[in-house]
Design a protein around this ligand. Structure first.
Ligand SMILES: *Cc1c(COP(=O)(O)O)cnc(C)c1O
Length: 365
C-alpha cells in the first residue's frame, strides 16, 4: 500500500512559482538624467486638483474607506453608460484579474491566453491551481484567434484577451472577436483586458464597452494606471453582467480600494477631458516614434498602446547595453524583444537617439 505523499507547508503550485525578477533600473551615467520607459506609466504628474482631492482624503485616513466605493462606482457607470450593478472596482486591475480567475478557475481548469501577453496571466492562473494554456502570437504579433478557438477544451474556464496586447501593442479587430466568440461556450468567461483602451485609434478595433452586452460571458477590465496616470494609487474596474459583478463583490476582502484612491479617481473623472488631451499627445508621440523607427530601418508593428515593441534578434543584448549606457530603462522580455514606453518628447528623443546610434554602428550588428 502506498502512503499518500506527505502534505507540505505550501501548496505545490505555489512552491513551483518562479522567483520574482526585478527590472534593471535606469542609472545615471555620464551625467545623464535617468529616463524610465520600462513600465508603461503615464509620464505626466497628476493634475493639481487630483492631488488636492487625494490630500483632502488623507486628512481622514483614520476612517475606513467607503467599502462600496459608491460615488466612484456611480461615476464609472456614468462614464461607461452602464448601471452601477455592472461595475466592480479593485486595487488595480491585476487584483481584479486575480479575482476573476478565483471565481472561475481552480485545480483541473485551463486558462487560455495568447503568448506573449501580460505577465500577470500565468501568475493569476497558477495562483488558483489552474493550468495555463498559451497560444503563440502570429508573425505580426497579433492574437491567433483561430488557434485559440481550437485550443478551447472542456476544461477551459477562462479566456484572457489583451487588447492592445502588452507587450506587442497590437489590437484585436472587432470582426475577428465576433467570429471567435462563436466558438466559445457560454460557461467560459472571456475577459477583454483593455488597460490601454484610451490609446486606441481606429474604429475597426474592438471596444469592450460596445461588446460585452451582447455576450452573457464577456467582461471588460480597465485601469486608472495608464491613461489616468494613477498607477501608484492602484485602481482598476470591471464592467460586466450582474451575476459576475456580484460574485466579485461577494468574494473580495473588505476595504480594498483606499479612500485616497477613491477621491483621486472621482476627481480624475471630473477632469477627464484634460486627461484625455494628455493621452492624445502621447498618441501623437507614438506616431512620431513609430515613423522614426521605420525611417531608421526597424520593422515595427503599429502599436495601439502607449508603448512600442521591437525585436532585434541577435543584437538584443547589445541594444539593452546601449540603452543602459544612455541611462534609459526599457523592458526586455527574455531575449525575444524589448518594450519601450512612450514618454514625454525629450524622453522619446533619448530612445530614438539610442536607436539611431545603434543602427549606425556596424559593431552592433
Ligand atoms: C498595466 C496593465 C494592467 C494594469 O494593471 P493595474 O493593476 O491596474 O495597474 C492590466 N492589464 C494589462 C495588460 C496591463 O498592461
Amino acid at each position: 500500500m502506498s502512503m499518500p505523499e506527505e502534505r507540505g507547508l505550501l501548496l505545490p503550485w505555489i512552491e513551483a512559482l518562479p522567483p520574482y525578477v526585478p527590472g534593471r533600473p535606469a542609472e545615471a551615467s555620464s551625467g545623464l538624467v535617468p529616463v524610465k520607459l520600462s513600465s508603461n506609466e503615464n509620464p505626466y504628474a497628476p493634475l493639481p486638483s487630483v492631488i488636492e482631492a487625494a490630500v483632502a482624503a488623507l486628512q481622514a485616513v483614520n476612517r475606513y474607506p467607503d467599502p462600496q466605493a459608491a460615488e466612484l462606482v456611480q461615476g464609472l457607470a456614468t462614464l461607461c453608460g452602464v448601471a452601477p450593478e455592472n461595475v466592480a472596482v479593485g486595487p488595480g486591475s491585476v487584483a481584479l484579474l486575480q479575482q476573476l480567475a478565483q471565481v472561475t478557475s481552480s485545480v483541473g481548469d485551463e486558462v487560455l491566453f495568447a503568448w506573449r501577453s501580460f505577465e500577470a496571466y500565468p501568475l493569476v492562473t497558477v495562483l488558483n491551481g489552474a493550468t495555463p494554456v498559451t497560444v503563440p502570437l502570429t508573425d505580426h504579433e497579433e492574437h491567433d484567434l483561430d488557434e485559440m478557438a481550437r485550443r478551447i477544451s472542456e476544461r477551459t474556464s477562462l479566456i484572457l484577451l489583451c487588447t492592445p496586447n502588452n507587450p506587442t501593442g497590437t489590437a484585436l479587430a472587432a470582426a475577428a472577436f465576433h467570429r471567435f466568440m462563436e466558438s466559445v461556450p457560454t460557461n467560459v468567461l472571456v475577459v477583454i483586458d483593455e488597460a490601454y483602451a484610451e490609446f486606441v485609434r481606429g474604429s475597426h478595433f474592438i471596444d469592450g464597452l460596445r461588446e460585452w452586452r451582447a455576450y452573457p460571458n464577456v467582461a471588460v477590465l480597465r485601469t486608472f494606471s495608464k491613461a489616468y496616470g494613477l498607477a501608484g494609487l492602484r485602481l482598476g474596474y470591471v464592467i460586466g453582467h450582474q451575476d459576475l459583478i456580484n460574485s466579485l463583490r461577494r468574494s473580495t476582502v473588505p476595504f480594498t480600494v483606499p479612500s485616497i484612491t477613491q477621491a483621486a479617481a472621482i476627481e480624475s473623472l471630473r477632469q477627464r477631458q484634460q486627461l484625455l488631451a494628455r493621452v492624445e499627445s502621447i498618441v501623437e508621440e507614438r506616431t512620431r516614434v513609430l515613423e522614426a523607427l521605420a525611417d531608421l530601418g526597424l520593422n515595427v508593428e503599429p502599436s495601439q498602446a502607449n508603448f512600442v515593441w521591437i525585436r532585434l534578434g541577435a543584437r538584443h543584448q547589445a541594444f539593452l547595453d546601449a540603452c543602459h549606457e544612455a541611462a534609459l530603462a526599457v523592458r526586455p522580455y527574455g531575449d525575444e524583444g524589448v518594450r519601450i514606453t512612450i514618454g514625454e518628447p525629450q524622453e522619446n528623443n533619448r530612445f530614438l537617439g539610442v536607436v539611431a546610434d545603434f543602427m549606425a554602428d556596424p559593431q552592433s550588428t
